[in-house]
Design a protein around this ligand. Sequence first.
Ligand code: GRG
Length: 305
Amino acid sequence: PEPGSLVVERFDLKEYMAEKGRRVNEALELAVPLRYPELIHRSMRHSLLGGGKRVRPLLAIAACELVGGCEAAAMPVACAAEMLHTMSLIHDDLPCMDNDALRRGQPTNHVLFGEETAILAAIALHSFAFEHVAASGSGVGVAPERVVRAILELSNSVGSEGLVAGQIVDISCEGKEVDMGVLEYIHIHKTARLLEAAAVSGAIVGGGEEAEVERVRRYARSLGLLFQVVDDILDVTKTSEELGKTAGKDLASDKTTYPKLLGLDGAREFAHTLVLQAEGELAAFDAARAAPLYHLARFIAYRHN
Ligand code: GRG
């Protein structure tokens, strides 16, 4: 085997995720300290620091390192991506949206702090994400034009061409049968766009060339869709196993899912195609540097819960 592929074989994703996750948590803790007015900062910190897999920061850091940048250069955009993700989760849990009481095993923001504070905390995290990149980007040795490009990617991914677009189409389709095109639109916008912006902004601040940044974009887009297809498959198979039946919750529910549109085998085949596409984009890079992103794609594709 080639030297690069040996390194890939020995790579420990769990260890990498734990180590990067620890440093991301430290950076987030420092970025949003508990200060006056305490209520809003407690509310922001509750949702931002209370768990989560930190997949978006990890993507930003791994993409930055993939193109030869260092972790410190990626940290501001990594934190910003997590702040934007957290902002979207606070909104998503509100009574006027999904009305969820639990998130990451803890009470949701509005349950603990009330709706007014939860909305204000989400807005504060939204604007602070960009402030954080603008204020600390150049401080870690990133050229100002790259800082601006990263902000452009992140801001575009949450507005009416990103998360908001996915959410409004999802809401409009509630209770209706949707086709493959609409299902894909919803998932690309609600899930893949922010994952993509995290990875792409990481590659930008890491000094990536245009072609490298676009490879990272295609990798992350496939990964985002893969995440959702596997989620749909697990919804069916987990419930089937629990009930000891062949048909799970999602094949019977109103929601349109990939297994419903493609059948379980078809959805598995689609997931396989997506993981191959994601891996294909990494083939152009040094194998050791690509190892975290390569293993992350496989982890998302072959996870069991
Ligand atoms: C107000 C600008 C604005 C946006 C809000 C509510 C909304 C618009 C969009 C919904 C976005 C949403 C909640 C999408 C689902 C994304 C998703 C895959 C969440 C789960 O991500 P994980 O598994 O979660 O990475 P953890 O907890 O590990 O971080």
